[in-house]
Design a protein around this ligand. Structure first.
Ligand code: SAH
Length: 281
């Protein structure tokens, strides 16, 4: 599957850049999430069990990208490594997951640039460098695969697909129905059996999957919800954007030990806001 064997595709003008609330189950139910209680998994979209369409892939221009995009992803990964991403598990996952399948067809030619992109409903998919940085923080100092992981903010499902390669089980929560559905559609052809998509308010977490070896949030609030800390396993790690007193966001890493939690504040970031409740839009 060498790119040189593939005839040029006019439809593939890829440009290479030079460059805390509490964990209260009833609130979750009231929010329409129904992700707790006996019927919890009814609302869980287990991607593997979904029908696979006749033609795997996405319609339109993206459908023809399969062969070519491998080389472009490899270049993206080289660039990430040059920028300091070192973990081989993270780099391998980023080489594997086809980011162009998660963006609108009009944006496909930017899918492998180091840029954030709109995914609808005012939300964005983070740029690859930020995704890789957060994933690396999550797996750092841990051998092999992570156990159960919770992601807050499924968005288009791209990071969830990466997490599914790094962890035994992934629970990914999205509060906007439109994006929850979009992620399910994007992920269906990939048949990711260990990824569970949940529609609900991620601020209350997902107690049924707890304790989590890792928790990662793609949206930032003023404080870390207590539910996330409660649902983190002892020995587990949380990586999330959080707003400082000056209003600027920074990445925070929380490690939970038998003695309590330690928080490390890292570089400034720009994530969409963490919002409570759910929306059917
Ligand atoms: N990881 C995603 C990034 C999506 S942007 C991707 O790869 O595409 C962040 C997402 O967090 C948005 O879709 C937003 O709707 C969602 N979000 C914000 N607050 C939330 C909450 N309380 N619970 C669940 N999702 C939330």
């Amino acid at each position: 599957m060498k790119p040189v064997d593939v005839p040029p595709r006019p439809g593939f003008p890829l440009r290479m850049p030079s460059g805390f609330g509490k964990a209260i189950a009833p609130k979750l139910i009231a929010a329409g999430a129904r992700v707790t209680g006996p019927a919890a998994l009814k609302n869980t979209q287990k991607v593997a069990s979904m029908p696979v369409p006749g033609v795997p892939g996405v319609p339109g221009v993206a459908a023809g990208l399969g062969l070519d995009s491998q080389a472009v992803r490899a270049r993206m990964v080289q660039k990430l490594a040059a920028q300091g991403v070192q973990d081989s598990r993270v780099l391998a996952a980023m080489a594997q997951v086809e980011r162009h399948r998660f963006v609108d067809s009009a944006l496909v030619n930017q899918a492998y640039e180091d840029t954030s992109l709109p995914i609808g409903l005012g939300q964005t998919i983070s740029k690859p460098n930020v995704v890789a940085r957060m994933l690396e923080l999550l797996v750092k100092d841990r051998d092999g695969k992570l156990g159960r992981v919770m992601e807050i903010g499924t968005g288009c499902g791209y990071q969830a697909a990466l997490l599914a390669q790094l962890a035994a089980e992934v629970y990914s929560i999205e509060r906007l129905r439109g994006l929850h559905d979009k992620a399910r559609d994007n992920l269906r052809p990939l048949r990711v059996g260990n990824l569970h998509l949940l529609f609900g308010d991620g601020m209350v977490g997902y107690a049924k999957g707890a304790p989590y070896a890792a928790i990662i949030a793609a949206a930032g609030g003023e404080a870390l919800p207590q539910a996330w800390i409660d649902q983190l396993a002892v020995g587990g790690r949380l990586v999330a954007p959080v707003q400082g007193t000056n209003g600027a966001q920074a990445l925070v890493v929380v490690d939970k030990t038998v003695h309590g939690t330690t928080q490390t504040l890292l570089e400034a970031v720009h994530f969409v806001p963490l919002k409570s409740g759910t929306s059917q839009t």
